[in-house]
Design a protein around this ligand. Structure first.
Ligand SMILES: Cc1cc2nc3c(=O)[nH]c(=O)nc-3n(C[C@H](O)[C@H](O)[C@H](O)COP(=O)(O)O)c2cc1C
Length: 213
């Protein structure tokens, strides 16, 4: 399935086939697609916490305000952002340098910019949300193209999740994604605003535009 088709076919699922698990290879394919998403400086702070066992999903359901899909979907992936990823950035800069993408001077420049820039915890927080969201979207589009359905969710108690699953406060829960096979009763992809409403076609400095007021 091509990318545009997957984007248009994806919908947020509430119902999942409870008798059809997601194969381990598919989980790997999803994460492989998710990790191709961009991140500022290629910081790659996004991590993925998969919950599959029924008993664990039941615990997660309680943490997600009793939303049934969390138990009924055979796979739930919690996307996490590592708030300390910048402290290990040198490894990434070195890998990109070794791959011949840029030279040592550039690697040193990036390393310095990242270490100082992300010491500000609000920046690390915002970037974790941004990068995690991009990765999550990649994951959901990849899932659609693999014949799966997904449900993005932020309706869960992040602190309870951290406690129940022993996740360090170094990792910020960004979004939860239920994954599985379609079952009867799902709403289709919902309506969207028109392109006209969403787009300023030719922004110019000093000129009134769709977003000036
Ligand atoms: C950040 C985010 C959080 C969401 N949280 C929940 C949630 O907790 N529970 C839920 O049922 N749906 C949740 N949704 C799904 C939205 O309701 C859904 O994507 C939206 O209605 C559009 O539906 P569509 O993707 O099928 O067109 C969430 C979606 C996003 C992007």
């Amino acid at each position: 399935m091509d990318t545009l088709t997957a984007i248009h076919q994806r919908f947020s699922a509430n119902r999942f086939d409870q008798n059809r698990p997601v194969a381990a290879e598919l989980l790997d394919q999803l994460i492989d697609a998710a990790r191709q998403a961009p991140s500022a400086f290629n910081l790659q702070q996004t991590r993925f916490f998969a919950v599959q066992d029924l008993e664990a999903r039941k615990v997660l359901r309680g943490i997600a305000y009793n939303q049934a899909k969390v138990e009924e979907a055979p796979l739930v992936i919690v996307v996490l952002g590592d708030l300390k990823a910048h402290e290990q950035y040198e490894e990434i800069a070195n890998a990109d340098e070794q791959a011949g993408i840029y030279d040592q001077r550039m690697a040193e420049y990036f390393t310095n910019a990242v270490k100082t820039g992300y010491a500000d915890s609000s920046r690390a927080h915002d970037e974790a949300i941004r990068s995690g969201s991009l990765a999550a979207m990649n994951l959901m589009n990849a899932a659609t193209s693999l014949g799966l359905v997904t449900g993005p969710m932020i309706g869960f108690d992040q602190e309870k999740f951290r406690k129940a699953f022993d996740i360090s406060d170094r990792y910020l829960p960004v979004i939860m994604i239920t994954v599985g096979y379609n079952a009867p009763g799902n709403w289709p992809h919902k309506t969207r605003h028109t392109v006209e409403k969403l787009l300023e076609r030719n922004g110019q400095p000093g000129r009134k535009n769709a977003f000036s007021t």
